[in-house]
Every structure is written in structure tokens, then in C-alpha cells.
Design a protein around this ligand. Structure first.
Ligand SMILES: Nc1ncnc2c1ncn2[C@@H]1O[C@H](COP(=O)(O)OP(=O)(O)OP(=O)(O)O)[C@@H](O)[C@H]1O
Length: 334
């Protein structure tokens, strides 16, 4: 079933937290709301969940107007950043809780809980209490609990942000895997662009209560439309028209005519370097990243960031020349 958000606006007193937000979430889609702190991601998620009223616009699940259905009756699964498990219930009781209040028979609850524990890979932890689990395990239980009621929509609010980097990376794959297998439309809030790029079918990039751009991870990375998206999703070198022309006059050939599109966003991997004694730039800093090196070069009065496969060709202080394809980069709105 489709979720349709149309022209939703939200005020907190005088402050407008959301400006005419419109968005579709398809039946098997994994959508990430991505943006910096305060851009309105959580507010939008809470509105969808029914935990927060909104001032104008429409919200529909299939044909149903969600304004007419309160949070408990929407049948959505929700997982928050803090694990929010019931501390006095075991793992199995936590997962089965939603089924118990729906008055499922005992043996059916047990079967469903067993299945979900297999799905989130910890059948042996059934009898433990939340305080006996690691952060990652607690968050898996929270996800299993949200999935238990066969939700029409799964809402995740920064579910991985309290976990350490390794567990977080593991759980990205696990969550995506379970979501694909169950085919539940999912909306996840995150401010972590890497998380959004690795997990989402569709990223909704937000800024100041507005949607800046919606697209696949590839679209947002390779065709950002605004300076904000170019900067927030991945790393970009942003050059005005004059500077772009100095770097390589060919880059102007693909600049659109409109007056708003003024800046060229060049990804670091689009700036190739070659050692050259009288090259126009100087290597300022080299950061080794394993498979590649990130090299900051000084050029005229600015710094440009390049990423190259590291083969030890460059040292700080070296003179280098640029190797840039004529169609490199995307012209974006300032
Ligand atoms: N209950 C409230 N009363 C007043 N202002 C609020 C309330 N809730 C949120 N806001 C404001 O609305 C804006 C959006 O908040 P929201 O929590 O949706 O942002 P966010 O993108 O989720 O940020 P974060 O990543 O920090 O959670 C912020 O400026 C916030 O201060």
C-alpha cells in the first residue's frame, strides 16, 4: 500500500517546522529522511505516526485518510533512537506485547515470537531482560517488536545512532534484509548520509522544513540539484563560473542556461592529479583511506579535494597538474 503525503505544513506556535511537504512512499520502498539537525525529519515522522497533529495538507495510506485514524489504530510499527523496551519484560514478552494486547491466542503469539527471533537472529536470548542485552541486541528486539504486529508501515527514528560503528554497519544490512524479505514500506530518519546512501531506495533530503531533493542514492550523489545537496551528500568542490573556467574552460560547455544554476559541484574522484614539476597546484595534505587517498591541493587562493587510488605518487609539497574530464561535475543552484 502507498503512503501519500501532500502539501503538509506544521507550525509550533509562530515557527513553521514543515513547509508544504509532499512525498510518496511505495509499497516495498525503503525511504530515508536525511538532513541536518532541526530540519524537520522527526516532526514529519511523528506526523506520519499520528503522534503529532499537522496544520494543513493531506496524509493518506492507500485510500484511507490518516487524519481520521489515531496512532494506535494506524497499525504502524515504530522504533525510536532510544530502545524503549519494557524493562520488566523478557525479550520474548517484549516482542509478543503487541500481539497480547490484540488478544492473540498464547500458542500463536509463541510461534510468531519464535519466528521473529530467528529473523533478527537471536533465538537464544528469549528469556533475557533488556538490561542483560547489548545496545545492538536491544535495538534488534525493538525492531522485532515493531514487526510483530505485521505493520502496514515501519517507521524508524535514528534507530542506529546510539550504536558503535561496527554494530551500526552490521545492522544496516540486517534491517535492509528483513525489510526486503517482509516487503514492508519503511521510512527511516537519519542525519548520516552514509547510512542513507547505503540503505535507501529513495532519499528525501531536507533543509529548514522543506524538501530539497528526492531521488535514488545514485541520483543524489551524481546529480545533486542544489548546493546544499551537493555539500550534504558526499563531498563536493563548489566552484563559481569564473573559477570553473580557470580550472578547465570545457566545464562551462555543460552549464545550463538558467540564471539560478551558478555553481559547479565536482566530486573528489572527478579531480584527477598527475605529478608535474611546473604544475599549477601544490599538494597540501594527504589522508590515507585504505583503497584511496584524499588529497587536498592548494590552487590559486583555494583548496580543492581530490581522491585518487593511492600508489605513493604524491607527497605534501609536490607540484601537480589536474586531469579533469570536460563533462565532469554537476551545475547546481546556489
Ligand atoms: N514540540 C516542539 N515545540 C516547538 N518547536 C519544536 C517542537 N518539536 C520540534 N520543534 C522544532 O521544529 C524543528 C524541527 O525539529 P525536528 O525534531 O523535526 O528536527 P530533526 O530534523 O528531526 O532534528 P534532529 O536530527 O536534531 O532530531 C526544530 O527547529 C525544532 O526546534
Amino acid at each position: 500500500m502507498h503512503l501519500t503525503i501532500q502539501d503538509v505544513s506544521k507550525f509550533f506556535g509562530e515557527f513553521q517546522a514543515l513547509h508544504n511537504v509532499s512525498l510518496e512512499v511505495g509499497s516495498n520502498e525503503f525511504v530515508c529522511l536525511l538532513g541536518p539537525s532541526g530540519c524537520g525529519k522527526t516532526t514529519l515522522l511523528r506526523i506520519i505516526a499520528g503522534l503529532e497533529p499537522f496544520d494543513s495538507g493531506t496524509l493518506r495510506m492507500g485510500e484511507r485518510d490518516l487524519r481520521e485514524i489515531d496512532a494506535q489504530h494506524r497499525g504502524f510499527g515504530i522504533v525510536f533512537q532510544s530502545y524503549s523496551l519494557f524493562p520488566n519484560m523478557t525479550v520474548a514478552e517484549n516482542i509478543g506485547y503487541g500481539l497480547k494486547i490484540r488478544k492473540w491466542p498464547r500458542d500463536e503469539i509463541d510461534a510468531q515470537v519464535r519466528e521473529l527471533m530467528e529473523l533478527v537472529r537471536f533465538p537464544e536470548l528469549a528469556a533475557r531482560y533488556p538490561h542483560e542485552l547489548s545496545g545492538g541486541q536491544q535495538q534488534r528486539v525493538a525492531i522485532a517488536r515493531a514487526l510483530a504486529v505485521d505493520p502496514a508501515l515501519l517507521l524508524l527514528d535514528e534507530p542506529l545512532s546510539a550504536l558503535d560503528a561496527r554494530v551500526r554497519a552490521e545492522m544496516r544490512t540486517e534491517i535492509r534484509d528483513v525489510q526486503r524479505r517482509l516487503g514492508i514500506p519503511t521510512i527511516m530518519v537519519t542525519h548520516d548520509q552514509e547510512e542513507a546512501l547505503t540503505m535507501a531506495d529513495k532519499i528525501v533530503c531536507m533543509k529548514d522544513g522543506r524538501i530539497e531533493q528526492v531521488g535514488t542514492p545514485q541520483e543524489l550523489y551524481s546529480a545533486p540539484q542544489t548546493r546544499f545537496v551537493a555539500d550534504f551528500v558526499g563531498i563536493s568542490n563548489l566552484l563559481d563560473e569564473q573559477t570553473a573556467a580557470q580550472l578547465s574552460p570545457h566545464l562551462l560547455a555543460h552549464k545550463p542556461e538558467d540564471a539560478e544554476t551558478q555553481l559547479l559541484a565536482l566530486r573528489p574522484e572527478q579531480i584527477g592529479l598527475r605529478p608535474e614539476g611546473d604544475g599549477e597546484a601544490t599538494v597540501a595534505q594527504i589522508t590515507f583511506l585504505g583503497n584511496i587517498s584524499r588529497i587536498t591541493v592548494e590552487w590559486r587562493d583555494q583548496h580543492l579535494v581530490s581522491e585518487v587510488h593511492c600508489d605513493g605518487r604524491f607527497q605534501a609539497g609536490d607540484r601537480v597538474a589536474f586531469e579533469i574530464q570536460p563533462d565532469a561535475g554537476t551545475w547546481v543552484r546556489a
